[in-house]
Design a protein around this ligand. Structure first.
Ligand code: SF4
Length: 436
C-alpha cells in the first residue's frame, strides 16, 4: 500500500538539512510520494525507515532487463504519465520478428543486425530479435546467435520453448506469452531459465489476476501484452495500465509489449506504442526507412526535456581546415551543431567550427537566456586557443545573433567579426560569396 506524503515525512529524519536537493524533509516526502524522487537521495534515512518506505520507494513499473551476449534492453522504472512531468527513462526496445522455419533466417538477421545509422551523434541500431517457434526454435536461436548477440524474445508454447531457452541459456530472454491456458507451464520455464515472461489476457482484470498467480510462483520479471483490436483500444488499455501502475496498482506495474504485426498499419501501431508507454515493440518488417523514423521519434520522446541533447564544446575541424580557413561559431545544442556541421561538410569548404557551451540550447534560445553572449563566445575563442590555428582572424557569427557583433568586437579587438546567415542551409553560399 502506498504511503502518503505525510506518512513518508514521519519516517524521514526531519532535520531539513537540504542534502537531498529539496528545501525541507516535507518537500522531499511529497516528491517521494509522487514518485518524482529517489529515496537514496537522503543519506540519513534509518534502516528501519528504509524497510517501511521500500514499498513507496519502489518504482511503480518494474524494471525488466533482457540480456544477450552483446547487450541488454531495459524497460520500466517510469514514474510519470506525461514526459514533461519529469522524463521518460528507458527507451522501448525495437525488436524484429523472425520465423524459426524461415530458410533465409540467417540472411534476414544479418541484414537487420547490420543496420546502423548516426543521428545527431547517436548510433541507431535494432535492439534485438523475436523468434516465432513455427519450426525448430533451438536451431533458430543458434542461427541468430551465429550472427548477433542482441537480446531475444522467444515466442512459442510450452512444448517448443525449452529448446530455444536451452540454446540461449545464461542469457535473459523474454518468453512470449503466458495466458490463462498455459501460465503454469510458462511460469515454470521462466523461473527455470531466469527469463522474463510476457503475460496476456482478454481483459486487464484477467492480466492482473495472472500476474499475481505467476508472481506467487516466483517469477518477478513480467511484461504485459494488452491485446486490443484497434489502435484506439490499445491506446486506451496502455493509458489505463500506466495510470493504474502509477497509482501503485502492483499487478499491472510492469512494462508493456506491443506487437506491431506487419501490414499497412505497422508504422502507426509502432509509433503509437513508442509514444504511449510500450517498453518493447516488435516489428514484423525490417525496413530501414521505417526504423529510422521510429528511432528518431523514440529519441525525441525519451530525451529529458530539461537536458537537451548536447555535443562537447570545443573546436571542430571540417574538411581539413588550414590557417586561412574561416572560424564559424555556434552553440552546443546537438541539432544546431549537426545542422551547421553537415551543411559545411556537404559543401566541401574547409572551416573551423567553434562550439560554445550554451547549456545545450539552440542559438536564439541560448541568446535569449543569456547563455550565448559576446563574453561567452570570446571566452570560448580564447579557451580553445583558436588564434593559434589561424593566420587570418575571421569569425562568423550566426545571423540570428547579429546584435552581438559590436560587443564581440570589443571582446576580441584583433578579430574581424562577420555576421553569417540566419539558417545553416545558407552557409555554403555565404562562404563562397563573402569569405572567398
Ligand atoms: S536529506 Fe534527508 S534529512 Fe536532509 S532534508 Fe532531505 S530528507 Fe530531510
Amino acid at each position: 500500500m502506498a504511503l502518503s506524503g505525510i506518512q513518508i515525512y514521519k519516517l524521514l529524519p526531519q532535520t531539513n538539512c537540504k542534502e537531498c536537493g529539496y528545501p525541507t524533509c516535507l518537500a522531499f516526502a511529497m516528491k517521494l510520494a509522487a514518485k518524482q524522487a529517489e529515496l537514496s537521495a537522503c543519506p540519513y534515512v534509518s534502516e528501519e525507515s528504509k524497510k517501511q518506505l521500500a514499498e513507496s520507494a519502489a518504482p511503480p513499473i518494474r524494471l525488466v532487463t533482457l540480456k544477450g551476449p552483446e547487450g541488454e534492453v531495459k524497460a520500466g522504472n517510469e514514474v510519470c504519465l506525461f514526459r514533461h512531468e519529469k522524463t521518460f527513462y528507458n527507451k522501448p526496445g525495437l525488436f524484429i520478428r523472425l520465423q524459426a522455419s524461415d530458410p533465409n533466417l540467417a540472411e534476414k538477421v544479418r541484414q537487420a543486425a547490420a543496420y546502423k545509422v548516426s543521428y545527431v551523434g547517436i548510433d541507431f541500431t535494432v535492439d534485438g530479435f523475436a523468434i516465432q517457434a513455427d519450426g525448430d526454435l533451438g536451431a533458430a536461436v543458434k542461427t541468430v546467435r551465429s550472427v548477433t548477440g542482441r537480446p531475444l524474445i522467444l515466442m512459442g508454447d510450452p512444448a517448443s520453448l525449452p529448446a530455444g531457452l536451452e540454446a540461449c541459456s545464461g542469457e535473459t530472454p523474454m518468453i512470449y506469452a503466458a495466458d490463462a491456458s498455459n501460465w503454469e507451464a510458462l511460469a515454470d520455464l521462466a523461473a527455470k531459465y531466469k527469463a522474463a515472461l510476457a503475460v496476456k489476457g482478454a481483459s486487464l482484470d484477467e492480466i492482473a489476476d495472472l500476474t499475481q498467480k505467476i508472481q506467487a510462483k516466483g517469477v518477478e520479471d513480467m511484461v504485459l501484452d494488452l491485446g486490443g483490436k484497434t489502435l484506439g483500444d490499445w491506446l486506451t488499455l496502455s493509458t489505463q495500465v500506466r495510470r493504474l501502475a502509477l497509482k501503485n496498482f502492483r499487478p499491472l506495474g510492469y512494462p508493456v509489449i506491443a506487437l506491431a504485426a506487419g501490414g499497412e498499419k505497422e508504422p502507426l501501431v509502432a509509433a503509437q506504442a513508442i509514444a504511449k508507454y510500450a517498453g518493447f515493440v516488435v516489428l514484423d518488417t525490417f525496413s530501414p526507412e521505417l526504423l529510422y523514423a521510429l528511432l528518431v521519434l523514440r529519441e525525441n520522446i525519451y530525451t529529458d526535456p530539461q537536458k537537451p541533447i548536447q555535443v562537447q564544446p570545443g573546436i571542430y575541424e571540417i574538411n581539413k581546415p588550414t590557417a586561412e580557413s574561416p572560424v564559424l561559431v555556434t552553440t552546443n545544442f546537438s541539432i544546431t551543431y549537426f545542422a551547421v556541421a553537415n551543411e559545411v561538410e556537404g559543401s566541401g569548404l574547409p572551416a573551423w567550427l567553434v562550439v560554445c557551451d550554451a547549456e545545450g540550447m539552440s542559438v536564439l534560445t541560448a541568446w535569449a537566456a543569456g547563455k550565448f553572449d559576446a563574453e561567452r563566445i570570446a571566452k570560448s575563442i580564447k579557451g580553445f586557443d583558436v588564434a593559434s590555428k589561424v593566420s587570418q582572424k575571421r569569425l562568423v557569427l550566426p545571423g540570428h545573433v547579429a546584435v552581438l557583433s559590436g560587443e564581440l568586437e570589443e571582446e576580441l579587438p584583433d578579430w574581424e567579426i562577420k555576421v553569417g546567415p540566419r539558417e545553416a542551409v545558407d552557409l555554403p553560399a555565404y562562404m563562397k560569396q563573402v569569405l572567398a
